[in-house]
Design a protein around this ligand. Structure first.
Ligand SMILES: Cc1cc2nc3c(=O)[nH]c(=O)nc-3n(C[C@H](O)[C@H](O)[C@H](O)COP(=O)(O)OP(=O)(O)OC[C@H]3O[C@@H](n4cnc5c(N)ncnc54)[C@H](O)[C@@H]3O)c2cc1C
Length: 415
């Protein structure tokens, strides 16, 4: 049966309803723009992912009036991040040293964040949300990008827009369609064996912290999540996981249980087959450019981040907040050309690069062994703990760079 071809006209077309896309949509709606968001996933089909929010993300979501509602759906606070080798603690970042109220990491399930953002977007009459639509083409007009085409349950649709925002994540289709290179770096390329366990049991203390356990194979990150769950992610060198999984479920389970002693019982009871462990490719990348005529890339589509140091969601939200006045100004001036939009990349590029350098250092600290990593660095870290330098480093991990504030919608004006 032939399906109708839907045609939609909007001002801003956002591809991807993840943290970057929905925060940008909300800000542009509040500035009076008409916004259409196309999201590949249908409701409640969204993939499971890391969910740790740094204080920088919490502060911005609070400013947007979204944090309290998202937290009320269920969340868990973590006071600190600690690196262990067996039972021995090597390094610690204590978030309680930061000023309240953002003196913790927050484990917030992705659906709670996205559903709350969507609820706020839906209060604006100019909002249109199209779930289950996979963008597969760009609309070009006079040599510039002027919309997208997407396939969904009701057939194909064309969305024409004054500006397109690619917020479609690390494998961004929009980026590829625009002919922009992903800029993948191999330095942080790993695989992650990932599972969620039910918390509880005699040997599992309540987790108010994010823990990383160093193993000979690769570090294992463990943290508690709402409600009564433990997320566990084992970072392994690219291809290294094949040798490991070839050992079979029993031996993998035993290695994991020995590497993470406090959760050994939960691991032995709940991981029954290799299929209980999901496999994810993790890498970092920086797109060759973030703008084109009529197009901006934000979040993971522009610069991709793995789970190390839990920075990706914070950076994605910050991108949206920084892009908001740039895009509003461009629409108001009737000029969404690459030269004007380049102000966004100019402002964000150096901050994102600084966070990537920090993630690379942290990755090395987690992955490296030897006397320096196990004896000297922990000694230095303990000696520095009560110094201003330690607080400055913590501040940087928590906020990622200079403080970013939401620009008042009235200042941006109606595009
Ligand atoms: C295993 C893992 C764990 C992580 N843990 C953390 C963590 O704890 N804390 C942290 O801060 N960061 C973490 N990160 C990084 C973080 O997930 C990303 O940086 C962040 O989600 C980026 O947000 P985004 O909105 O740019 O993209 P995404 O969250 O990837 O959202 C993109 C959206 O676009 C949609 N989409 C994709 N293609 C199309 C298409 N063709 N058409 C329509 N829609 C499309 C997708 O369905 C998705 O909803 C982790 C990453 C990985 C891989």
């Amino acid at each position: 049966m032939a399906t109708a071809h839907q045609e939609i006209d909007t001002e801003v077309c956002v591809v991807g309803g993840g943290p970057a896309g929905l925060v940008l949509a909300l800000l542009m709606l509040r500035s009076g723009a008409r916004v259409t968001v196309l999201e590949r996933a249908r409701a409640h089909e969204r993939e499971a992912r890391g969910e740790i929010l740094q204080p920088g993300a919490q502060a911005l979501l609070d400013e947007l009036g979204v944090l309290a509602g998202a937290r009320a759906r269920g969340a868990q606070e973590h006071d600190r991040f600690r690196l262990f080798e067996g039972e021995r603690m090597l390094l610690e970042a204590d978030y309680r040293l930061l000023p309240a109220p953002y003196d913790h990491l927050l484990s917030l399930p992705r659906t709670h964040l996205l559903d709350e953002l969507l609820a706020h977007c839906r209060r604006s009459p100019g909002f249109r949300y199209l779930p289950g639509r996979r963008v597969g083409g760009l609309v070009w007009r006079d040599g510039r990008i002027a919309g997208v085409t997407a396939d969904g349950p009701d057939g194909r649709c064309t969305v024409r827009a004054r500006a397109v925002v690619g917020a479609d994540g690390r494998y961004s289709r929009v980026r590829r369609l625009a002919g922009i290179g992903a800029g993948r770096t191999e330095a942080l390329h790993h695989v992650l064996l990932w599972c969620t366990l039910k918390a509880g049991g005699a040997d599992a203390p309540p987790l108010r912290e994010v823990r990383v356990f160093r193993t000979g194979d690769g570090p294992v990150v463990v943290y508690g999540s709402w409600p009564d769950r433990i997320h566990l992610g084992w970072t392994l060198p690219q291809h290294g996981h094949r040798a490991l999984t070839a050992l079979g479920a029993d031996r993998v389970r035993e290695r994991l249980a020995r590497a993470v002693p406090p959760y050994a019982t939960a691991i032995r009871e709940q991981i029954r087959a290799l299929g209980d462990l999901g496999l994810l490719d993790v890498f970092s990348a920086r797109a060759r450019r973030w703008v084109d005529d009529g197009l901006v890339l934000i979040g993971d589509a522009a610069h991709t981040h793995g789970p190390i140091a839990a920075q990706g969601i914070t950076l994605a939200i910050q991108d949206a907040v920084v892009l908001h006045p740039v895009l509003s100004g461009a629409l108001a001036a009737g000029d969404v050309g690459a030269d004007r939009l380049a102000a966004f990349e100019g402002r964000r590029g150096p901050d994102v690069a600084a966070v990537v350098r920090m993630q690379t250092r942290q990755s090395r600290a987690l992955l490296s062994g030897g006397a320096f990593a196990t004896r000297v660095r922990p000694y230095l870290a303990r000696a520095l703990r009560h110094t201003p330098l330690h607080r400055r480093m913590l501040q940087r991990i928590a906020y990622g760079g200079p403080v970013i504030r939401v620009v008042d919608a009235r200042v941006c004006g109606r595009p």
